[in-house]
Write a protein that binds this ligand. Structure first.
Ligand SMILES: Nc1ncnc2c1ncn2[C@@H]1O[C@H](COP(=O)(O)OP(=O)(O)OP(=O)(O)O)[C@@H](O)[C@H]1O
Length: 301
């Protein structure tokens, strides 16, 4: 369990992170979402003690600085570009491993696990962005850590690489690890995360399961297909529903539940061909949640 408590960081006049409090639980993938400049990277640097701020971040009750062997407890990828271009992938990992008392065998294992075994002797300077990401992930996994913290891990990966990351993170979570991964790509987070921590302008907007976040920030729409769309539309409108004709034979009823629309159809004597709830996406929820936060702050300022 990661506990983030009253975390704040100021750069001059700018509050990059403001009073952030939340927990990240083990055994699931938690997506860390926020628009550009929201404070995700700053938060992750603070978590790893790479930057100093106020508040605290605890890994099972201990701060990163107090962990006896941090590389074996917390594996992180923050900036895949921050590697020596003249070294080979193998040399790079061996250096980290040596510092943490990790075996040569484990180096070979992670090189294979991230698909870099064949290019292990090549200079990192010649690596593509995707290969650097894989190397960064290999470094994060070296110590077989209980906590895995990755900043934008799919940056530069091709679709196959993105799929690979998805299953890797899923496996790590299934093994009981705590997986915390940032992205500004909503569709990606929707596919890989169970829980979400959402921030905007350095402040917490939500910390909850993806499903609950979508339910909290979107409304349910019901789609109904009937040959009598015109008549049913009129009827629903008069009954106080917010209704919109979407196609000749299809209506969308906003902020309604299937049961209510079904009961209305029975009452109005309308034959129904199809009736279903239209699910909102994480993208809809995110824009609703973050725009509310901005409006609120704008109004309060
Ligand atoms: N070293 C720094 N000095 C001054 N300001 C900084 C510094 N690092 C970050 N900031 C500012 O703090 C805010 C948060 O930045 P941060 O990089 O943490 O956001 P982010 O959510 O990771 O954004 P992105 O998705 O664009 O990477 C931004 O306004 C940024 O300009």
């Amino acid at each position: 369990m990661i506990t983030i408590r009253e975390l704040s960081k100021r750069y001059g006049d700018k509050l990059a992170v403001h009073d952030l409090t939340c927990t990240v639980r083990p055994g699931v993938v938690t997506g860390f979402l926020g628009p550009n400049g929201a404070g995700k990277s700053t938060t992750m640097r603070l978590m790893l003690g790479l930057d100093r701020g106020e508040g605290e971040v605890l890994f099972n009750g201990r701060s990163y600085q107090d962990l006896p062997n941090p590389v074996r407890t917390v594996g992180a990828l923050l900036d895949a570009g921050a590697v020596h271009p003249g070294r080979s992938a193998h040399q790079h990992l061996r250096m980290i491993a040596a510092g943490a008392g990790i075996s040569e065998q484990r180096v070979r294992e992670v090189l294979a696990a991230v698909g870099l075994d064949e290019v292990r002797s090549r200079r990192i300077g010649g690596f593509s962005l995707g290969m650097r990401q894989r190397l960064g992930i290999a470094a994060a996994l070296l110590g077989d850590p209980e906590y895995v913290i990755l900043d934008e891990p799919t940056n530069g990966l091709d679709p196959e690489g993105v799929r690979w990351i998805r299953s890797l993170l899923r496996n790590l979570a299934d093994e009981g690890r705590t997986v915390f991964v940032s992205s500004h790509l909503l569709s990606e987070i929707a596919q890989l995360a169970d829980d979400l921590v959402v921030i905007g302008e350095g402040e917490l907007i939500a910390a909850q399961p993806v499903r609950d976040f979508i339910a909290a920030h979107t409304r349910t729409h019901v789609v109904v297909r009937t040959v009598e769309a015109g008549r049913f539309g009129q009827w629903l409108h008069q009954a106080g529903f917010q209704v919109q004709q979407e196609e000749a034979d299809a209506l969308v009823i906003h902020n309604a539940e299937v049961d209510a629309v079904s009961a209305a159809a029975r009452q109005a004597g309308i034959p129904i061909r199809e009736l279903h709830t239209r699910r909102s996406s994480l993208e809809d929820a995110f824009f609703n949640a973050t725009s509310t936060a901005t409006t609120y702050r704008g109004a309060a300022a």
